[in-house]
Design a protein around this ligand. Structure first.
Ligand code: NCD
Length: 357
């Protein structure tokens, strides 16, 4: 199945030169945002947020407003017709007829792809459950370019909830496309990176190591990506409490780190970075949040200017088999056609990437 538009559902759907065009424009905008204040005059962006958000939603809105455009949308589905039982397909269809570009965050995995099947304007995935978060990755890469001047040749530590953290999945998939990156995955066994993401790192020619101790790993890193334990993705409070408070980046641990370590965090922070780290010159997470506006300005300009039909689903329904992931959008929106791609002989859901067992 095809979309009439170029959507941003997964960065890895696009070639690396597409990312580079957005990042280069983002760097230019960061140098002089004022110069772009008329770029989107007359255009409307809709933000549909089915899940809580501060940075992603507001940075998208700020980006569009700084480009001279306007915004519509909701940040609480309970105040929209979703509360009356409207399905995703109908909401996407209608809102996309009001706007030129649609930004959507949803708690189910594969939701942006599902919305793109019916939308009449390009869609940007602003986070789909515990799956992907491509615009956070653009933000992270712009920050790396600003701070380290490169996105390759780095030893990259990722720490915390690597299982449920969508920012981590998108970032690993993207950074493994650059030469000589090595990944140090720091988590408990229970919250380790999903197998499919590890396979992508390897397939892209990068190495990874899985470790459980932040203090032992920190000395070798060029960048550390701290993440919060994703409370809302756990099946019970008990399971969450067992994983909470295990990793905390504090001043003592930082004493063992390189002088040019780049400390990133998609935010919000809960307790995984001590407040006294904020004043350290290596702490880049607030700058990172600011750069998110510039890269989103670049993305909006780029997507409004460069549109062509794209492929969404291969459409192999594999004899009626169903995705087994309870968080897959096909579980919520039953009208969606099942669609799988074959990977090493195993069907993989094209919405959420879950492999059939
Ligand atoms: C992240 C998200 O929503 O995935 N936040 C963000 O967009 N900057 C990270 C998180 O919620 O932990």
């Amino acid at each position: 199945m095809y979309s009439k538009f170029t959507n941003l559902i997964d960065l890895n759907d696009m070639p690396v030169n597409w990312w580079n065009e957005v990042l280069e424009l983002g760097l230019k905008i960061a140098g002089n945002p004022q110069a772009y204040s008329d770029e989107c005059r007359g255009k409307i962006m809709a933000t549909l947020f089915y899940e809580p958000s501060t940075r992603t939603q507001m940075s998208f809105q700020a980006a569009m407003l700084r480009l001279g455009g306007t915004i519509i949308g909701f940040d609480n589905p309970e105040t929209s017709s979703v509360a009356k039982g409207e399905c995703l397909k109908d909401t996407a269809k209608v809102v996309s007829s009001y706007a030129d570009i649609l930004v959507m965050r949803h708690n189910y995995e594969g939701s942006a792809k599902a919305a793109a099947l019916t939308a009449d304007c390009p869609i940007i995935n602003a986070g789909d459950g515990g799956h992907l978060h491509p615009t956070q990755t653009l933000t992270d890469m712009l920050t790396l370019l600003k701070v380290k001047g490169r996105t390759g040749n780095l030893t990259i530590g990722l720490c915390g909830d690597l299982k449920n953290g969508r920012t981590v999945h998108s970032l690993c998939k993207a950074l493994s496309c650059f030469k000589n990156n090595k990944f140090i995955l720091i988590s408990t066994k229970e919250l380790s990176l999903p197998g499919y993401v590890k396979d992508i790192i390897t397939a892209n020619g990068c190495r990874y190591e899985e470790v459980i101790n932040l203090e032992d790993a920190i000395g070798g890193l060029d960048m550390i990506y701290m993440t919060r334990i994703q409370k809302e993705r756990f099946e019970s409070e008990d399971v969450y409490l067992r994983q909470k408070n295990i990793f905390c980046l504090d001043k003592d641990k930082l004493n063992k780190a390189k002088d040019d370590l780049c400390i990133l965090h998609p935010l919000p922070r809960v307790d995984e970075i001590a407040y006294d780290v904020d004043g350290d010159p290596r702490a880049m997470y607030f700058k990172q949040a600011e750069y998110g506006v510039y890269v989103r300005m670049a993305l909006i300009i780029h997507m409004l200017k460069n549109q062509k039909p794209t492929k969404l689903l291969l459409g192999l329904d594999n004899n009626g088999i169903k995705c087994e992931n309870p968080r897959c959008i096909t579980k919520l929106e039953k009208y969606l056609p099942g669609s799988f791609r074959m990977n090493g002989g195993i069907p993989e859901c094209e919405y959420c990437d879950e492999r059939l067992k």
